[in-house]
Design a binder for this molecule. Sequence first.
Ligand code: 0T9
Length: 434
Amino acid sequence: ASTSTGSQSTSWTSFLKSLATFNGDLYSLTAPPFILAPISLIEYSQYWSEHPELLVAANHLKPAEDAVQDEIDLLTLQRQLAVTKWFIATLRSQYCSRSENLGGEKNPLNPTLGEVFVGKWDSPNDDTKVGETILVSEQVSHHPPMTAYSIINKQNETYLQGYNGIRATISATSINVKQFGHALLEYKDLQESYLITLPPLHIEGLISASPFVELEGTSYIQSSNGYITVIEYSGRGYFSGKKNSFKARIYKDQISTLNKENAIITINGQWSDKSYISRGSTTPHSKNGDELFYDAQALDANHVIVKPLEEQHELESRKIWDKVAEAIKKGEYETIYQQKSLIENNQRDLRKKEQLAGINWETRWFDLKDYEDWIAEDEQSQNPDAFLSLTSLSNLSIHNAPSGSLKSSKYDEGDAKHWRFNLNKWEQESEIKI
Ligand code: 0T9
């Protein structure tokens, strides 16, 4: 990492000092210009699908109609592996791409209420089995910031949706971030769904002005077929350990996770580099001749295609932030500040007008669903809700607890309202096009 000099280091030092009086709202920070990302946080939704072929892979592991039970069972496990591989493959995009493309982790622009980001991926390498994938993302809350997204591949009847927010605390050397929200992946043709939780993370490298993200703790992938992947993250330790390390264990059900010996498959390695796979609960390693599971460096990310600015709606992210983004790229501090203020004042005016008129901003494609209202009803239902059945299989909280909190843990509190995609609303959308 480069050491910053002159005015850069002065402004970074005062920024670090301002962190000392941090009030929990990361977005209220005024970071120095060289640490600003010229993109809005809403764009981070695209990282879920920079390998569309892996997102839809499970759909191609369908048993034939005359398949015997053994084949059916094997394919079920292979789908759990396929979903686990896709998830591991999203991590480099999610957590390393700013470092790789912008020279370090950056402070993204704080999306305005109702800001949207839409785009598509063409079939990678003209693979006719994949087809087009679309992204629809909306800023559903500004205080606190919450982004909801939906990623759809019609050809493979693959539907991913989710939402996320963060809560941050500051320690002497890092910013510690808990994620809120989760993702739901559905393969409609297979009638199979997966609940995916979001790992905690921290930002290191603050003292040297070269911040980067490291993941920690645990995240889960619970399938409706019972299988659960438990992923544990760790970073470079003082004495040992590599950066971006993880160990993923696949179990046949949640009860089995109580003893690590019960793992059917263990995967071990770096999510930003190579990982290895072996049967059972022993830790795989290339040294032992174990099989490569995934190489995050082998394939380039497939970037989302977004229409040119001239064709964009006034609520579209790049349209909203164009002038600010240009100023950030040029390092023009005054312009960044002026253009940002324009947007923020305009937002305050809009909220004031709504308040006077006695109306609330309405979300465009997502609804807030209160699961407390659903629990009783769901027990009678023939067609139970995917989120409720997956949280019950995985013993995960249905509340707005930090993502991955277990039922009856000390975090299992708060309301049970979660953002859900409304496909109807999207299909009736006439103004904003992909
Ligand atoms: C959801 C992701 C999230 C968003 C970012 C913490 C962070 C904002 C939230 C959690 C995505 O799916 C995954 C990746 C990175 C996360 C960001 C990393 C980061 O630094 C920012 C926060 C708001 C900052 O910008 C802190 C200020 C600055 C000192 C860091 C450079």
